[in-house]
Design a protein around this ligand. Structure first.
Ligand code: C5P
Length: 234
C-alpha cells in the first residue's frame, strides 16, 4: 500500500545533529544510529560530492546554475552500508576517499552557499527518512531539511579541540596536513558556513545545545540517547 508507506516515512522519528567542522557530529551520529538501529544521513557527503564534481569539470565554484545542471545529469547517491563507511556515487562512478580531503571540504563549503545547489539536494536528503527512524548530521538538518525533528541537537566544541579531532581523523585516513593549517581552514570554513544567506550554520530556535570539548563521542551519544528517551522518541 504505497500511501500507507509514504505516511510511515513522513512520520518516522528524526534526530538532527548540526554543528561546525570537527564538533564530533559524524562519529556521534553513527554511534547513535548503530545503538538505535536507525538510518544515518551524513549530509556533508552530498555537498562534498557536489564540490568534487564541480572541481573535476572545471566549473566555477560560484556557478550554481551550471553545478545544479551537472547534478541533474549525474545525480549523487549515497549507499548506506551498516557500520561501514557509506559509498557515494556521482552517476555510476564511486567517489571514494578523495571526498574526505580538506580541499574538497573547502569546495563543498563554497558550492553549499549556492541556493541552486542546496535546492538540488533536498529530495535526496529527505528520502533518508524511513522507519524505524533517522539520525541526520549536517548544518541545516534541524533548521531546513527536517524542521519537525523530535530532537535537534546543536553540537559545538572549542576550535582547538575540533582541529585536533579533524587532524586525528585525517591522519587515520592517511591524509597529512599540519595542525595550524587545519585550524586556519576550519575557521575559514565555519565563517563561510555561518555567514551565507541560504541555510547558514546556526542553531534551530528549539535546539538542544551540547558542548563536546571535554566529552568522548560515547558520552555525547549517551547524553543524546537519554534526552531522546526523556522525550519519548525512542
Ligand atoms: O560535514 P562536512 O564537513 O562533510 O561538510 C562539508 C561542507 O558541506 C560544510 O563545510 C558545509 O559547507 C556543507 N554542508 C552544508 N549543509 C549540510 C552539510 C554540509 O552546507 N547539511
Amino acid at each position: 500500500m504505497p500511501v500507507m508507506n509514504l505516511e510511515a516515512e513522513a512520520s518516522a522519528p528524526v534526530i538532527t545533529i548540526d554543528g561546525p567542522v570537527g564538533s564530533g557530529k559524524g562519529t556521534v551520529a553513527r554511534l547513535l544510529a548503530q545503538r538505535l538501529g536507525w538510518h544515518y544521513l551524513d549530509s556533508g557527503l552530498l555537498y562534498r560530492a557536489a564540490g568534487l564534481a564541480a572541481l573535476r569539470r572545471g566549473l566555477p565554484l560560484s556557478d550554481g546554475a551550471a553545478i545544479a545542471a551537472l547534478l541533474q545529469t549525474l545525480p549523487i547517491r549515497i549507499e548506506a552500508r551498516g557500520l561501514e563507511e557509506p559509498r557515494v556515487y556521482l552517476g555510476e562512478e564511486e567517489l571514494g576517499d578523495a571526498l574526505r580531503m580538506e580541499s574538497v571540504g573547502q569546495a563543498a563549503s563554497q558550492v553549499a552557499a549556492l541556493p541552486e545547489v542546496r535546492a538540488a539536494l533536498v529530495d535526496a536528503q529527505r528520502a533518508f527518512r524511513r522507519p524505524p527512524g533517522l539520525i541526520a548530521d549536517g548544518r541545516d538538518m534541524g533548521t531546513v531539511i527536517f524542521p519537525d525533528a523530535g530532537l535537534k541537537v546543536f553540537l559545538t566544541a572549542s576550535a582547538e579541540a575540533r582541529a585536533i579531532r579533524r587532524h586525528k581523523q585525517l591522519k587515520e585516513k592517511g591524509i597529512s596536513v599540519t595542525l595550524s593549517r587545519l585550524l586556519h581552514e576550519i575557521r575559514e570554513r565555519d565563517e563561510r558556513d555561518q555567514s551565507r544567506p541560504v541555510a547558514p550554520l546556526k542553531a534551530a530556535d528549539d535546539a538542544w545545545f551540547l558542548d563536546s570539548t571535554a566529552w568522548s563521542a560515547e558520552e555525547v551519544a549517551e547524553a543524546i540517547h537519554a534526552e531522546a528517551r526523556r522525550r519519548g522518541l525512542v
